[in-house]
Design a protein around this ligand. Structure first.
Ligand code: ACO
Length: 409
């Protein structure tokens, strides 16, 4: 059996997408969803593995601006739509697609790659490290009280069809992107994913609903959610399943949360994907009744170590030599001197002795400033070779806000 790996041709998209859908379980998809994915697929960046005329492997990517510590946007390849047919698994098809992708990203001058993993065990071997986390919660609104900050009563709320408010909501989202590492500057068309409301997403819930927050005639936030009405012998016990909540200020955020807490016939607000430092946690009376869980989010790969470390800034001045191991992309191997501060950075090859030794995967883990280098050192993943270097680099890499990837890539 010979597997041929090549760039996707637009005319092959249907067979490619059928193969992909099958690998994710084969549940039928509505035409609207399929057409939207077709529209946003970038064929010349997508790979297809063929066994004869059968598509047995898929991998897509997108060129995004992603917020990095310091408030800038770095060019990142967003990796997605990765599958291998069950009949062809564990024969190295994924490995060959990862190889090709990383060589391409390098050739295209994309110093970083980011992905959301279906299973976190898959991508570490290719140099990706879990760089962001996400928080999930099921808040028992029959027991948990919300204390809102001053100004909340001045925020007006209006329920609107999600599609009608799209431009105003996108403006709110765009304004928030630089404030949090990991936020994605969406490509044209991606905003439509946020209002996609197909039957397979509902399963007993309402249509997608949207409430916008307004002050002085301006949209200052929005929440998109579905209501799942359920009942038992004691009465209603429905839940509010939140898809997105974005707000430009604390009062608007609190007003939207208060709205969710007050929806009649419901007693749970479920948040499926929030930043781990999301402010609502400081407004609730009883965090234990919020059933908070944390999962991995965006996995980051430094494609070019030097350019990647220069693409962000550092919280305090730092001058440190890393000795990097990178079995999958050996062009990164060796010693790199990073000199940076809050204004910018240079990162170049050096013959100087190393201060810290680590794998490229661990640089990916700390890149967006959420996980500290000291945590990885405690796990034995980072070795300090010059006393003091670990503390210096840890402070410099850390972000003020927890990094977070707001939606599927
Ligand atoms: C960014 C995204 O799109 S995430 C979505 C990923 N896709 C899916 O989860 C869909 C369902 N699964 C699949 O399509 C496939 O099983 C894949 C893509 C996960 C793996 O594809 P394969 O072609 O089987 O992987 P490949 O043979 O190259 O395996 C390489 C190595 O990774 C390991 N590996 C592959 N998948 C997994 C996994 N799910 N968990 C742990 N290890 C894995 C293999 O064991 C192998 O290890 P080895 O080198 O030590 O032998």
């Amino acid at each position: 059996m010979t597997i041929e790996l090549r760039v996707l041709r637009a005319s092959e998209w249907d067979g490619w997408y059928d193969g992909l859908n099958l690998a994710f379980g084969g549940v039928p998809q509505s035409p609207e969803r399929r057409e939207l994915i077709r529209d946003i697929t970038v064929a010349e960046r997508s790979l297809a593995a063929w066994d004869g005329d059968l598509c047995v492997g898929t991998a897509g990517s997108f060129r995004f601006g992603v917020a990095v510590p310091g408030g800038g946007l770095a060019v990142m390849a967003g990796v997605s739509l990765v599958t291998v047919a069950a009949t062809h698994r564990r024969r190295g098809v994924l490995t060959s697609m990862m190889r090709r992708q990383l060589d391409d990203f390098r050739a295209w001058g994309e110093p970083l790659a980011i992905l959301g993993a279906s299973e976190p065990a898959i991508y570490g071997r290719f140099g990706y490290g879990p760089s962001t986390h996400l928080l999930k919660a099921d808040i028992d609104t029959s027991r948990v009280r919300l204390t809102v900050p001053e100004g909340t009563d001045e925020v007006g709320l209006r329920e609107v069809p999600p599609g009608d408010s799209l431009a105003d909501c996108e403006a709110v989202y765009a304004e928030l992107v630089p404030a949090r590492p990991g936020m994605i500057a969406r490509l044209p068309g991606w905003e439509r994913l946020g209002v996609l409301d197909v039957p397979e997403f509902r399963e007993g819930t309402s249509h997608l609903r949207c409430v916008v927050a307004e002050r002085d005639g301006r949209t200052t936030g929005y929440v998109r959610f579905r209501v799942r009405p359920t009942w038992d012998d004691a009465g209603p016990k429905g839940s509010v399943e939140v898809q997105d909540l974005f707000a430009l200020d604390p009062a608007s955020r609190a007003a939207l949360m208060r709205h969710l807490f007050g929806i009649d016939l419901t007693s749970t607000v479920s948040l499926g994907n929030c930043p781990v430092d999301d402010a609502w946690q400081h407004l609730v009376s009883d965090i234990r009744r919020c059933a908070v869980r944390i999962n991995d989010g965006g996995h980051v790969r430094l494609v070019e170590v030097g350019a990647a470390l220069e693409a962000r800034t550092y919280r305090v001045p730092v001058d440190v030599v890393f000795d990097v191991k990178d079995a999958f992309c050996p062009w990164n191997e060796g010693r790199w001197r990073l000199s940076g501060d809050p204004k910018g950075a240079t990162c170049e090859r050096t013959g100087d002795p190393a201060d810290l030794a680590l794998d490229v995967r661990d640089l990916g883990t700390v890149y967006l400033g959420g996980t500290r280098l000291t945590e990885l050192a405690a796990a034995g993943r980072v070795r300090e070779l010059r006393p003091g270097a670990l503390a210096e680099a840890t402070t410099a890499f850390t972000s003020d806000t927890a990094p977070w990837v707001p939606h599927d890539i």
